[in-house]
Design a protein around this ligand. Sequence first.
Ligand SMILES: C[C@@]1(CC(=O)O)c2cc3[nH]c(cc4nc(cc5[nH]c(cc(n2)[C@H]1CCC(=O)O)[C@@](C)(CC(=O)O)[C@@H]5CCC(=O)O)C(CC(=O)O)=C4CCC(=O)O)c(CCC(=O)O)c3CC(=O)O
Ligand SMILES: NC(=O)C1=CN([C@@H]2O[C@H](COP(=O)(O)OP(=O)(O)OC[C@H]3O[C@@H](n4cnc5c(N)ncnc54)[C@H](O)[C@@H]3O)[C@@H](O)[C@H]2O)C=CC1
Length: 206
Amino acid sequence: MVPLIIDLAGRHVVIFGGGAVGLRKATYFCREAEVTVVSRSFLPEFSGLGARCLEADLSTMDDNALADLLDGAFLTIAATSDEEMNNRVGRAAREAGALFNNARGNGGDTLIPSVVRGEEYLLAISTGGASPAVPRFLREHLEETYPHLDSMIRTEARLRETLKQTVPDQADRATVLRAVLHDPEAWAWLAEGEDKAYERIKERYL
Ligand SMILES: C[C@@]1(CC(=O)O)c2cc3[nH]c(cc4nc(cc5[nH]c(cc(n2)[C@H]1CCC(=O)O)[C@@](C)(CC(=O)O)[C@@H]5CCC(=O)O)C(CC(=O)O)=C4CCC(=O)O)c(CCC(=O)O)c3CC(=O)O
Ligand SMILES: NC(=O)C1=CN([C@@H]2O[C@H](COP(=O)(O)OP(=O)(O)OC[C@H]3O[C@@H](n4cnc5c(N)ncnc54)[C@H](O)[C@@H]3O)[C@@H](O)[C@H]2O)C=CC1
């Protein structure tokens, strides 16, 4: 498997299962895709989420009706508690040419990672399905360890532009940028405010 970062604006994501897992996946995709959730029951949190909710039971749905639901879908997710039904959705998704993620059952061709996101970065973490508790642990660890990562990225970007004009050798520029990243005081300054930190970093390194 290889990681991709995909713009889902205007794409259709169809999720089966209105429980806690379906809700987590729907929340994840609702921020930019058009999401339809199909289930025989829905947790109350689905109202107000912005997803289209269709009440239906897969075990009484024929193959044509299932294919109709998947028509034009970019990604299909099976998150019901019924493994057989999840696998059936997977077969239908393949026929419809949609990507498929299975929350339980035969693995699909797509995994949903843990995501650490800031204004300036996005990290996706996966164990390839081996131990989903680990990506969550790492996400929480990174969020706690680097609360000022956005500020550091903006500061490095500013510094990089300045260095390009003042330091002719590329290797020397890279050394400064790496040194700032490894400087615990630089991180501490960033916690107190970005502009002031930038000035102090310039004083120390330029
Ligand atoms: C294969 C995969 C398919 C898929 O759903 O995409 C899958 C499958 C399963 N997960 C299960 C359980 C748990 N899942 C989590 C958490 C997350 N699971 C996610 C992804 C994935 N889970 C895919 C591969 C991920 C990878 O690459 O490693 C995350 C990253 C993203 C998301 O789902 O949003 C999200 C963290 C989000 C975050 O917080 O950052 C926790 C931890 C917790 O909630 O505290 C537990 C309990 C602890 C445990 O069991 O490990 C079970 C039931 C096992 C059982 O019955 O015992 C199955 C089914 C099975 O194994 O058969
Ligand atoms: N991938 C992941 O991250 C995780 C996966 N799981 C697994 O995912 C599955 C779903 O977990 P939860 O959401 O907690 O379960 P849940 O039981 O709360 O929700 C299941 C949903 O599927 C619907 N459903 C079941 N059979 C259906 C059918 N025939 N037709 C239409 N809808 C149907 C139910 O109405 C319900 O809304 C479980 O099998 C669980 O073991 C559990 C934890 C994490």
